[in-house]
Design a protein around this ligand. Structure first.
Ligand SMILES: [Zn+2]
Length: 647
């Protein structure tokens, strides 16, 4: 009896501790995950680049966006159902439920490392209001009610019912992992179980994600609950077997990136966010099942992405029409669609592939997106957002706005920034991995079970210094895998002041295996040279041009810094260097770059459209470059990333 009681007590203790140990993705039992992300709560962001962005997210962006969600009726859409009277008409497009779920997810991740009882009470109240609208069957959606109830699951191409459920589950999982509270999670489970009962392979009703998202949510729900049926449902959605039952046309399956077998995909096409969410869900499915056809498809798609479809800012999506991928090398600057959500989708797609491989080529894409095309999505003060993140704008072109009726991007940015602690470190059987450098403290453990504290101090992304101090509970042999970024062509690494004795190749992880003991220090000097980046000449818009990159940051020219010469009338001098100026107070302390370039005077606007010789830019021009993520923070002025390059 006593041993049985002890067993129950131990089991209960293990269960209670479990939610605290779960990371952004809980890959702890995932067969094909070589790397396991460290829980968000185990990483403290110290004063530095990302902490200041996270502070702005939590202190400014989250409260102001909740006010706007209230003002636009997003929360009332739930309240009116529970009130069962003429409370107020439903407002907004049919997918607004997902915006609130994503806001909750962002708030939930912020609680992991920064407990806040007031914020928790706000979430609890919202959860109660959301679940008061859930039907006894488990169904929950504020659009398909009343006169639209007969349309449930009859508009699967465009209805977003499953997209909303996916975000409900993700918000619920994040909140459960923050607090151990299961209420919203149980609501999500009720809806998922409702689907399992009636939908799936024949003779059940056919199911389709018109906007993929549920695939990844179901896999995470499987990881939380251990219920295999959720993973199988994700696999069924990815299998695309219902094309004929649902009478899908080729243009539907191309746009939605669902409805045909995922493993038959040859390239990224159609709606960029849909395609990358589908691929992310498929990567999750591969991590859990090891299905080689999925891996082959993921490799094929990743290669397609990086050889011709990702912008230098990490943005994705070339065409406004259909918010879509273009052809390979179709990467227009001013017309770039590059939705914030698509860059985030690329981040989480590559996050899964990194976990399955430990290959730095995935981290390179993650970093490019995070520091540039995602970071640009929220203004420095956290109140304005980009839906599009183009690589050039004309004068007065307004890109940043406080609100969008399709409000997918703002809370997506929030949940990314508040979960960031979960992106810096991973563990593997043989040790610990450091993916990004900032001022952070990891207080976690090795997979051997031994406690490990790891302090990173760095001036990234503006300075190349990195110092890591390791404090294992006792001396222990393990491998420290340090990411050497692709842009750091010469990297110096010292262990306790002595050369590390290993070659730090760009775009790789440097494996340092030894018996580590308390107080061991690794110092790195990353190469912060300013690079001129050239595009493959097949990108027609960028032929003869260069972009400027220093560290992980891509730079741009803004008219407001560059006097009266239009930024479309200047050229870079390939021979001329860049002067680095740190701490620009107007841009939150960012480093700016000065360069002696050339300008066309008089303006190219006065030149004929066609001639037999290209006019030469004769005048000297003092050019100021600012990090791309800061564009349009001082008003809407002309901006450009790619600039003509003189020999
Ligand atoms: Zn979006």
């Amino acid at each position: 009896m006593r041993s049985a009681a002890l067993f129950i007590l131990l089991a209960a203790t293990a269960l209670a501790a479990d939610w605290r140990d779960q990371a952004v993705l809980d890959l702890s039992k995932t067969p094909n995950a070589l790397l396991h992300p460290v829980p968000v709560r185990a990483v403290t962001l110290q004063t530095g680049f990302w902490k200041s962005r996270q502070d702005v997210t939590i202190q400014s962006s989250m409260p102001t966006l909740l006010t706007l969600l209230e003002e636009h009726g997003v929360v009332d859409n739930f309240r009116r159902i529970a009130a069962q009277s003429n409370y107020t008409p439903r407002r907004g497009p049919l997918y607004t439920d997902s915006d609130l779920y994503k806001w909750i997810e962002g708030a939930a991740w912020s609680l992991h490392a920064r407990p806040d009882p007031k914020l928790e009470a706000t979430i609890d109240k919202l959860v109660d209001e959301i679940l008061a609208a859930q039907e006894p069957s488990g169904y929950l959606n504020t659009w398909f009610v009343e006169e639209r109830e007969p349309l449930r699951f009859k508009q699967m191409n465009s209805g977003h019912e499953l997209y909303c459920l996916g975000h409900m589950i993700q918000g619920a999982v994040a909140y459960y992992r923050a607090t151990g509270k299961r209420k919203l999670l149980d609501g999500g489970i009720r809806f998922a179980d409702y689907l399992l009962k009636d939908f799936g392979p024949a003779p059940k009703r056919a199911l389709l994600t018109g906007h993929p998202e549920l695939e990844l949510a179901l896999t995470e729900l499987y990881r939380v609950t251990g219920k295999r049926a959720y993973l199988d449902l994700a696999g069924y959605l990815l299998s695309g077997v219902e094309k004929d039952r649902l009478k899908l046309r080729p243009r539907d399956t191309q746009y939605m990136f669902s409805g045909i077998p995922f493993t038959s995909r040859e390239q990224f096409e159609g709606h960029a966010v849909r395609a990358l969410y589908a691929a992310t869900g498929a990567a999750d499915y591969w991590l859990e099942t090891g299905n080689p056809q999925y891996k082959q498809t993921l490799d094929r798609l990743w290669t397609d992405l990086v050889t011709g479809k990702v912008f230098v800012t990490g943005g994705v999506g070339s065409r406004a029409s259909g918010e879509a991928f273009g052809d390979s090398w179709e990467l227009p600057n001013r017309q770039a669609y590059t939705e914030s959500c698509a860059s985030i989708a690329s981040l989480i797609f590559n996050q899964r592939l990194l976990a399955g491989s430990g290959d730095a080529k995935y981290t390179d894409i993650m970093e490019r997106a995070l520091y540039n095309g995602i970071n640009s999505g929220m203004s420095l003060d956290g109140t304005l957002y980009c839906y599009r993140n183009p690589l050039a704008t004309g004068p007065g072109e307004k890109i940043r706005n406080p609100w969008y009726d399709t409000c997918c991007c703002p809370p997506n940015l929030q949940r990314t920034f508040t979960a960031l602690g979960g992106y810096f470190y991973s563990t593997s059987k043989d040790g610990v991995w450091v993916h990004l450098y900032d001022n952070t403290t990891m207080d976690w453990r090795l997979e051997s079970g031994a406690a490990l504290k790891l302090e990173t101090r760095s001036g990234q992304p503006f300075q190349g210094n990195v110092e890591l101090t390791l404090s294992p509970a006792k001396p222990e042999e393990f491998t420290l895998h340090l990411r050497i970024p692709a842009w750091s062509l010469n990297t110096k690494v010292l262990i306790n002041g002595q050369p590390a004795g290993a070659v730090a190749r760009p775009n790789s992880y440097l494996a340092l295996k030894r018996v580590w003991k308390g107080g061991d220090r690794v110092t790195m000097e990353l190469d912060m040279s300013t690079h001129l980046v050239r595009a493959n000449p097949r990108v027609p818009e960028n032929y003869g041009k260069a972009a400027v990159q220093r560290g992980p940051l891509v730079y741009c020219l803004e008219q407001s810094d560059n006097g009266t010469t239009p930024v479309s009338d200047v050229a870079l001098n390939a021979q001329g260097g860049f002067k680095v100026e740190t701490g620009d107070a107007r841009l939150g302390g960012a480093t700016v770059l000065r360069h002696k370039g050339r300008a066309w005077q008089p303006s190219l606007a006065s030149e004929p459209l066609y001639g037999f010789a290209v006019p030469k830019p004769a005048a000297e021009a003092d050019l100021t470059f600012v990090p791309y993520y800061t564009f349009h923070n001082r008003g809407a002025s002309a901006m450009t990333v790619w600039i003509p390059l003189l020999p």
